[in-house]
Ligand binder design. Sequence first.
Ligand code: AHG
Ligand code: MN
Ligand code: MN
Length: 306
Amino acid sequence: MPSQISLNEHLLTKGNLSDDLRHLICDIARAAKYIQFALRTTQAGLSGTRNSFGEEQLKLDVVSDDIIRQHLCQSRLVASFSSEEQKDIIELDAKAPFTVAYDPLDGSSLVETNFAIGSIFGIYEGAQLIGRTPREQVAALYVIYGPRTLLVYSTGNSVHEFLLDDVGEFILIHEFLGIADVAKNYSPGNLRAIHENDGYKKLMETWLDEELTLRYSGCMAADIHHIISKGQGVFSNVGGSSYPEGKLRLAFECGPFAYIVEHAGGAASDGKQPILDKKITNTDQRTPIIIGSKKEVERACKILAS
Ligand code: AHG
Ligand code: MN
Ligand code: MN
């Protein structure tokens, strides 16, 4: 018997979930292995251009989207899905148990820099996404493609982290991840908003005055994984400049991360209400977000409102 615990084994013994949901998460994890292979083997700089053989290449976010779509279709477990890369919600089989909302490649503009990037997934029961709130998710997970490929999942009570090994198995490396109430790191997105958002300017002055440590990469998945892996920190992306509601989308980015961070003991707010309680009205819907260590999120919301 292998002494290491695989993702499937962990879901079986600790996930407290149905076989259907376990199979769907394993299918998504398999898709992520193909994405990490595509990222590793596609020549750098090939973002929608031609490779050195003159062959046309798709952007890696489109490649990633195709890979995930295929795996969701083949799972036979998906009633409908919605991707950041596709305008319409795709309906597959109304009788299938789940709906999936995903960002196939978050931080895709960073591909050529070789920074860490990620894929993000939120899973709902039923065939509908519109009208639901992220609190209704039955699972959320993300994958980070960095120096190592990591997968973090929650099925509603705790948060666990896996490493993709050389054999191609996701192996448990950290169980029951937690986020402390107080943040020492900050990760401020859409900073240009300070010119028209006085609250955000005040918040930045507070974080600068208190000498929090800056950790911002430009990939939400990697920046929030930093918080989850260090067990503290705060990430923000609020309205202002060209993005009146902030840059990040509720269904594909903020909803899944709010679910995971809250189940690790952190918080996620749009400044007024928990992200988990915001109704999804359309797939392009953006939301301001402050997410991470609970006390810092609460304080940031007060400063933003002042
Ligand atoms: P995507 O690559 O899926 O379009 O998302 C990029 C997002 C998010 O990951 C990140 O936090 C934000 O854009 C960065 O925005 P700025 O470059 O404006 O900081
Ligand atoms: Mn994204
Ligand atoms: Mn994306």
